[in-house]
Design a protein around this ligand. Structure first.
Ligand SMILES: Cc1ncc(C[n+]2csc(CCOP(=O)(O)OP(=O)(O)O)c2C)c(N)n1
Length: 300
């Protein structure tokens, strides 16, 4: 049965709302002293990994400092993630990695900007040599195009023709620096300089983004040609915890355009059901995880 235009399948909406409620709770838990190390949330950007996750099942996903949504979309497992953030038993990495350093199966995140792209090229080269139909995907921010490693990696990826997908979550800010103050030219032009193909999307609709990305992901997989997918998006939250240096009016303007609130206005009944499920799930995850003992290797 086809859905009305713009209406998301329940699974996609459930996952996106779960990520939103999870991230909101992480900020509250941080304020309560329950989170070890630092944390960066993906508030406003949830829909990007939700859109891409089904296209990348079985692939290697590299994530960055803002990786909770990536982890939840690609691996599920909110309990393992929360236990990792709070240094409790059962954390993805035994409570040692924290928010930015998650490793599980074919998922790896790093807090070092740009570090993932060369590593992803290596994994992609391995997949090519061993004739696996897998690709390596790396999520990076637009600010990470200030890192030289990204260009060395793109150079080798194009030269060696490896199945690499770079997903740029282009939120127009890097910590406190607006993109226009630090990026000369454009990201597509920079990728094109290496002969790497680029696609861009402004959409916040999960179904649309997935449909747009599908042929590019298929081409990376089938033709072993790297691709850069630029998703124009919005960071609604602070860079990390309470460090939003943008004027309050600008942040208010961004929240007024929140993609999820817009969805809730268009499909209120479906949204309310999904929201209730997400809130209950996050409540249950928090209650269970915080009742666990601290992990032996935890930094707390
Ligand atoms: C090599 C390196 N330099 C600096 C930092 C500190 N740092 C963490 S996130 C960040 C900004 C990242 O901006 P962007 O890539 O646009 O991603 P966003 O935070 O907007 O998602 C900075 C400077 C770092 N983690 N790694």
């Amino acid at each position: 049965m086809s859905l009305p235009p713009g209406r998301l399948p329940d699974d996609d909406l459930d996952l996106a709302v779960l990520i939103r409620r999870f991230e909101e709770r992480v900020l509250r838990l941080f304020a309560a002293g329950e989170v070890s190390g630092t944390t960066h949330t993906c508030l406003g950007q949830e829909y990007v990994p939700v859109a891409l996750a089904p296209l990348l099942a079985g692939d290697f996903v590299f994530s960055n400092h803002r990786g909770h949504g990536h982890y939840l979309a690609h691996c599920g497992d909110p309990k393992g993630l929360l236990a990792e953030l709070t240094g409790r038993e059962g954390g993805v990495c035994g409570g040692v990695g924290g928010s930015q350093h998650l490793r599980r199966d074919r998922f790896l995140s790093t807090g070092v900007q740009g570090e993932s792209v060369p590593a992803a090229v290596g994994v992609a080269l391995h997949y090519k040599h061993t004739r696996q139909a897998r690709i390596a995907a790396a999520y990076v921010g637009d600010g990470t195009w200030g890192e030289g490693a990204v260009y060395e990696a793109l150079n080798m990826a194009a030269l060696w023709r490896v199945p690499l997908l770079v997903v740029v979550e282009h939120n127009r800010i890097a910590q406190s620096t607006p993109t226009e103050n630090q990026l000369a030219g454009t990201i597509p032009d920079r990728a094109a300089a290496f002969g790497v193909s680029v696609s861009e999307t402004d959409s916040t609709d999960i179904t649309t983004i997935r449909a747009e990305a599908a042929p590019h992901v298929a081409s990376v997989r089938d033709s072993h040609t790297p691709h850069v997918l630029v998703a124009h998006t919005t960071r609604l939250g602070p860079h990390s915890k309470g460090d939003d240096t943008r004027p309050a009016e600008e942040v208010a303007r961004l929240w007024a355009q929140d993609w999820l609130a817009g969805y809730a206005r268009r499909f209120p009944a479906q949204f309310e059901d999904a929201d209730e499920r997400a809130r209950q799930r996050v409540d249950a995850v928090v209650a269970e995880v915080l009742a666990r003992p601290l992990a032996a290797g935890s930094a707390r």
